[in-house]
Design a protein. Structure first.
Length: 184
């Protein structure tokens, strides 16, 4: 008799849980974002009821956070360092003279290195050609814009073209922040 009561009790409990599960499954859930009421927040602040509660965050408060690249070691935007022109008097006088047009073609820009994938079978680099928005993966020996991928390291790739070699770093060298300090 006790077994029958226990089995009946377990059966009823399982049935009740199954019914509850079904009702919850069929209940629609509103997942739309909600905006906190500005009047409610002002009233809470004035009455002191909002003490200890987090205030609604303004999206502009995170502007600096969104501007810092996640995958750069310094967490600073990359700013290319401008090369300084020599200031010798001979060069200064040469600049004053009008330059004659040169008939040589401009050098072909090296593709930008966006990523590196190294696995047991080999290594590939994600390169973006100059003047395009598309990027593609290339392995050793493959050619992009006349540049041939000759070697891939964990943080750089070497490309060759016409006997010239260019080593492209995945992480450009960090320049010290202006004004000194540790940049924090």
């Amino acid at each position: 008799m006790i077994r029958l009561v226990a089995a009946l009790g377990l059966g009823l409990a399982a049935g009740a849980l199954a019914l509850t599960n079904f009702v919850l499954y069929e209940t629609p859930v509103d997942i739309s974002p909600t905006a906190p009421s500005a009047q409610r927040n002002m009233r809470e602040l004035q009455s002191g009821g909002g003490i200890g509660l987090p205030a609604a965050a303004d999206s502009t408060a995170f502007a600096e956070t969104f501007e810092r690249p996640l995958f750069t070691p310094t967490r600073r935007k990359f700013v290319p360092v401008a090369e300084k022109a020599p200031t010798s008097p001979q060069v200064a006088s040469a600049r004053a003279l009008p330059a004659e047009p040169v008939a040589s073609a401009p050098p072909v820009p090296v593709p930008a290195l966006l990523g590196i994938s190294i696995n047991g079978a080999g290594a590939r680099v994600l390169l973006k050609s100059a003047g395009t928005d598309a990027a593609n993966w290339y392995g050793n020996g493959e050619t992009v814009d006349g540049w041939t991928v000759s070697s891939v390291d964990k943080d750089a790739a070497t490309l060759e073209r016409g006997g010239k070699s260019a080593r492209i770093s995945l992480y450009p060298p960090a320049s010290p922040p202006a004004g000194g300090g540790n940049g924090l």
